[in-house]
Design a protein around this ligand. Structure first.
Ligand code: UDP
Length: 243
């Protein structure tokens, strides 16, 4: 392990809430958390600085509620609170592996979290603490994908690793289209032009404007986070035409 050289020194890892629920259908799965933090530790042991944005879809998503009584903005704040619940659990899980964390929230909750202060966050990353970002952008009508793009740009990450439930970007929906093939690389413009639903449009536009590459890969595949950091054989890279 010692002689493996990571190709990225600072990463922004996006973990969806859904991927934390495992087979339970909602909420948190402890076996999934355990497995996940063991992988995060392997990446950390390579000296990679790690920021994580966690979603909240395993508890609540603003866009899924019907908003007839509870307003959309309220639902979105509820969704952001869900991401903080996941962040709390993720920090405990990471610390159970004897790694140090900082829990950051775009919504101020002083007793549990710290605010987004980029200078401080950069210091934490340099100290090799794992920084867990919650509450997305802190504003309704956005998603944690956009929060991840934003934080990735703010911390000057080398890559935005989008750990998801599929192993990359396909020409079509692999569940319904048998002929769908996996892209090794694809440009931001092609993702936008073909409306590929791999990441939300605001997030991809932000990445494009700030030249932050995205790697989409399967979170459940053994060692996929580690492989995404040490090689370009895992998943699909989204970048400019030359990527
Ligand atoms: N959310 C929001 N603003 C943000 C990020 C998230 O309002 O900047 C809310 C929104 O309701 C969203 C929920 O938080 O549905 C959970 O986030 P997301 O759906 O991105 O989580 P994931 O699908 O990644 O688990």
């Amino acid at each position: 392990m010692d002689d493996i050289e990571p190709i990225y020194k600072r990463i922004l890892l996006k973990i969806s809430g859904e991927s934390l629920q495992g087979k339970t259908g909602s909420g948190l799965s402890e076996p999934v958390l355990k497995k996940l933090v063991k992988e995060i530790k392997k990446v950390h042991n390579l000296g990679v600085q790690i920021g994580i944005v966690v979603g909240g879809g395993n508890f609540f998503r603003g866009r899924d509620s019907d908003n007839s009584i509870v307003k959309r903005t309220t639902s979105d704040y509820m969704g952001m609170l869900a991401t903080i619940m996941n962040g709390l659990a993720l920090c405990d899980a990471i610390e159970s592996e004897k790694l140090s964390t900082k829990l950051i929230s775009a919504l101020p909750i002083e007793k549990l979290t710290e605010p987004v202060v980029t200078r401080k966050i950069n210091k934490y990353l340099e100290e090799n603490r794992i920084v867990v970002f919650t509450a997305g952008t802190g504003s309704p009508f956005f998603t944690t994908d956009t929060g991840a793009a934003l934080r990735g740009i703010e911390i000057n990450a080398d890559i935005f690793l989008k750990a998801t439930m599929v192993d990359g970007v396909y020409t079509g929906d692999p569940k319904t289209d048998k002929n769908a093939t996996l892209f090794e690389k694809i440009s931001y413009d092609d993702v936008i032009r073909n409306n590929l639903k791999v990441i939300d449009m605001t997030a991809i536009m932000l990445c494009k404007e700030n030249n932050l590459k995205i790697k989409v890969f399967d979170i459940y595949k053994e060692n996929s986070i580690l492989n995404a950091v040490i090689s370009n054989k895992e998943g699909t890279i989204i970048g400019d035409e030359k990527c």
